[in-house]
Design a protein around this ligand. Structure first.
Ligand SMILES: Cc1ncc(COP(=O)(O)O)c(C=O)c1O
Length: 393
């Protein structure tokens, strides 16, 4: 493993003071990301917004290639948007789904996606099919294939759920989607930035992601990947005259790239920050990032298990950098607040963020910690000692 931890930690001065252990919520930006954002804002303050955009156009346009390279896509297959939910919804709501069409999804589907399914079930009469889990709690791929019917019009799953270490078999689901010629929408929000992502290996048609989590970008950034061959077949649910120029009095013409899902006005400073974040991760190397973050998470699981009354809630035979757990007698939101006072940052996860999974496992509110490659074993120990003290109170 070739990670220069000293340099990485120096790039993020806040790490000297706080134990940031919540990359699954919002991780901590390194200096180059912060500078990219503030430099562009300063340029806007000096030149004016439009002039700053003009001045930085090449760099800002380059963000498409940077993001595309990171996930093995082409620049024209990327739309830059404000978060993962917007990215996902733009794809989902743009798909023509009619009464009786079936959507195949998973037990660990994220709340925002599932309520969108429910809305289209109510509005358009689609039917939601939920794939059962295998013996380890991941998507049962064999069952998934058996559930496909001639009415299955979409496969939409979450790769890594918001509530734990589970890594669903996203590429195997891509194989199924491709074999049955069914559009495949993958929520990769918690995956991008903590593990390699290749849209060709995943065989997905759409992929949604956010900037602020494992990518270490600024809040309010995200992107949507749309497979090139599909772009021109999809009329976005919402258009403006950037995505669809008004070419004659009674006509508009949709752009022929994924930016038909964008609109005219954007937070260019944040976009510059997203580009810097992706470059920063690429420089470190996504394999290095994964190896260190996942090893720290394994280590945290082992340390938490030593606290009497603790229970690790993560599913799956392969587990990522999100660690969900409970400790008997401790109320997660109260713990999060108490830890914050000690400059230790973790989060909690509510059952309604993954209601199907939560109800099937009878999950309470859980604690959720997510170490990233910039963390240290000492920080894990700080967290575990603090939890132990709260438990003994
Ligand atoms: C699995 C998953 N999908 C989607 C989202 C939504 O991301 P965003 O808040 O950027 O819209 C989250 C956020 O926690 C998530 O965990």
């Amino acid at each position: 493993m070739t990670i220069d931890l000293d340099r990485i930690r120096k790039d993020t001065p806040s790490l000297a003071e706080y134990a940031h252990l919540i990359a699954s919520g919002a991780s901590i930006m390194p200096d180059p990301v912060l500078s990219a954002v503030t430099d562009h804002l300063a340029l806007e303050a000096r030149l004016g917004g439009y002039e700053a955009h003009h001045e930085a156009a090449a760099e800002l346009d380059g963000v498409y290639s940077t993001v595309a390279d990171f996930v093995g896509a082409k620049p024209q297959e990327i739309a830059l948007v404000e978060n993962a939910t917007v990215a996902w919804c733009l794809a989902f709501y743009s798909l023509e789904l009619n009464k009786g069409d079936r959507v195949l999804t998973c037990q660990s589907e994220y709340a925002a996606n599932y309520v969108a399914f429910l809305q289209r079930a109510k509005r358009d009469g689609i039917i939601i099919d939920v794939i059962p889990n295998d013996e380890f709690g991941a998507i049962d791929v064999t069952a998934a294939e058996e559930m496909i019917s001639d009415r299955t019009a979409l496969i939409a799953i979450t790769w890594i759920p918001t509530n734990g270490g589970l890594v669903n078999p996203a590429a195997a689901m891509g194989d199924i989607a491709q074999r049955h010629k069914i559009p495949y929408l993958l929520d990769a929000c918690q995956a991008v930035g903590q593990m390699p992502v290749s849209v060709s290996e995943l065989k997905c048609d759409f992929l949604s992601a956010t900037g602020r989590k494992f990518l270490r970008g600024p809040r309010g950034t995200g992107f949507l990947y749309v497979k090139e061959s599909l772009i021109e077949t999809i009329e976005p649910v919402m258009i403006d005259y950037f995505s669809a120029p008004w070419v004659s009095k009674d006509q508009y013409k949709l752009r022929n790239d994924a930016r038909r899902f964008e609109n005219w006005e954007n937070a260019y400073a944040l976009r510059a920050g997203l580009g810097a974040a992706v470059k920063y991760a690429s420089d470190i190397g996504i394999d290095n990032i994964q190896a260190r973050a996942w090893q720290l998470a394994d280590s945290l699981r082992a340390k938490v298990m030593d606290i009497p009354g603790s229970e690790i809630k993560d599913l799956g035979s392969v587990q990522c950098a999100i660690v969900s757990f409970t400790i008997e007698g401790l109320d997660p939101p109260t713990v999060v607040t108490a830890l914050r006072k000690q400059k230790i940052h973790i989060g909690s996860s509510d059952p309604d963020s993954t209601r199907l999974d939560a109800e099937s496992r009878n999950l309470p509110v859980m604690l959720r910690a997510a170490p990233h490659y910039y963390n240290t074993e000492d920080e894990l120990d700080r967290l575990v000692e603090a939890l132990q003290t709260l438990k003994n109170k």
